[in-house]
Design a protein. Structure first.
Ligand SMILES: Nc1ncnc2c1ncn2[C@@H]1O[C@H](COP(=O)(O)OP(=O)(O)O)[C@@H](O)[C@H]1O
Ligand SMILES: [Mg+2]
Length: 348
């Protein structure tokens, strides 16, 4: 089959800082790795930066492997790209435009989770400087409401008083040009759940735990430095363990919450849910549709490997999920059925 791999990367920097580009550039390595995997599986493959190549060129492909994300440099958002692909009637891997839009806004995701009684830390959105935060218990964590990849998150993001809160909120508002999400800080174990498949076939791959350095002076968070600044203390001393050491009951509870969280936002094919444990309760921090599948250092691929998939096999599995949705759609001659995980009553 002819498969197009697409990604989104612009030369400019519309928000954030120069270092944030580290999080964006990673997609190039992933695109290459996916290309090699797909070719190994017998496909003919092209790679396109939609910022540079546009979308018309994509019509030649039987299916698209969608690695496009919203980046700090590009004004083109991932949901807008997916929406165009849907309008063009193309089959593409991962979530549809509606799910991408919901998850790109952490507050929207949280509202949906709460509507289904899925635990998520209590929060408030701050849209302007001077707005007061009420009813939340310190310590709090302050994040940009619509970024990913730990962009905008550093040790100062965890705040213990009003002064720290105001300073961080101001930085997010000014630098990232978007509201700040102020959330209660859950100082518990951090678990990632990687999901593959749709509908009744959706399953959670072995759970993974983030292992933080035993440095009492710093907050235990996956900061930007921990994710991207090779050589930094946080990067060198933060790791992960898969499978996570959990008793059978906790594991089952976490997996059930992860599946429900993906359903409520309407992910397709593959996803990753980031959670923190308080006592036995898993709190959902965010849902990542189309999570990072970098072969070297992504949590999703680490989980897939523990489940027995090679890189080429999991890439093929993601594509197979998208093609199966595409076939089901053609049978029903209905518009895109992205959101296959989503129960009809909350399809929105
Ligand atoms: N409410 C919270 N309590 C504890 N840690 C948090 C909380 N929110 C975020 N974090 C930390 O910050 C990291 C990044 O936050 P997350 O919401 O997953 O955003 P991103 O989209 O950047 O990954 C998490 O992996 C976790 O370590
Ligand atoms: Mg996260």
């Amino acid at each position: 089959m002819d498969i197009g791999i697409i990604y989104n990367l612009a030369d400019d920097l519309l928000k954030g800082g120069e270092l944030d580009r580290l999080a964006d550039g990673e997609v190039l390595d992933t695109a290459q790795a996916v290309k090699v995997a797909l070719e190994r599986n017998g496909h003919r493959v092209g790679i396109h930066n939609v910022c540079r190549d546009g979308l018309a060129v994509l019509a030649q492909y039987g299916a698209l492997f969608n690695l496009a994300e919203s980046t700090v440099g590009s004004a083109v958002t991932e949901d807008a790209i997916a929406e165009k692909l849907e309008e063009m009637g193309l089959i593409f891997t991962g979530a549809g435009s509606v799910a991408l839009r919901k998850c790109a806004n952490k507050a929207w995701t949280k509202a949906l989770l709460i509507s289904q009684d899925i635990p998520t830390p209590r929060y408030q959105i701050v849209r302007s400087e001077g707005e007061t935060v009420t009813g939340l218990e310190y310590p709090l964590i302050v994040k940009p409401v619509g970024e990913d990849g730990s962009i905008g998150i550093d040790d100062d993001s965890v705040v213990w008083d009003e002064r720290g809160l105001e300073r961080k909120v101001m930085q997010i508002l000014r630098m990232y040009r978007q509201p700040a999400l102020v959330e209660e800080f859950i100082d518990g174990r951090e678990i990632n759940a990687a999901l593959i498949g749709n509908g009744e076939d959706a399953r959670v791959l072995p759970l993974s735990e983030i292992i933080f350095p035993a440095d009492e002076g710093r907050p235990r968070i996956l900061s930007f430095a921990a994710e991207w600044l090779a050589g930094s203390y946080a990067y060198l001393n933060t790791g992960s363990r898969c499978p996570a050491d959990l008793d059978a009951r906790s594991e089952a509870a976490i997996k059930a919450i992860a599946i429900r969280a993906c359903r409520v936002v309407g992910c397709s094919d593959y996803a990753r849910v980031d959670m923190r444990l308080r006592g036995d309760t898993p709190y959902v921090l965010e849902v990542n549709p189309n999570p990072c599948i970098n072969p070297q250092d992504s949590g999703f691929i680490a989980s897939a490997r523990v489940a027995g998939f090679s890189y080429a096999e999991i890439v093929d599995e993601i594509l197979a999920c998208a093609l199966a949705r595409g076939r089901a759609e053609a049978r029903q001659s209905a518009p895109a059925c992205h959101g296959a995980l989503l129960p009809a009553e909350v399809a929105g």
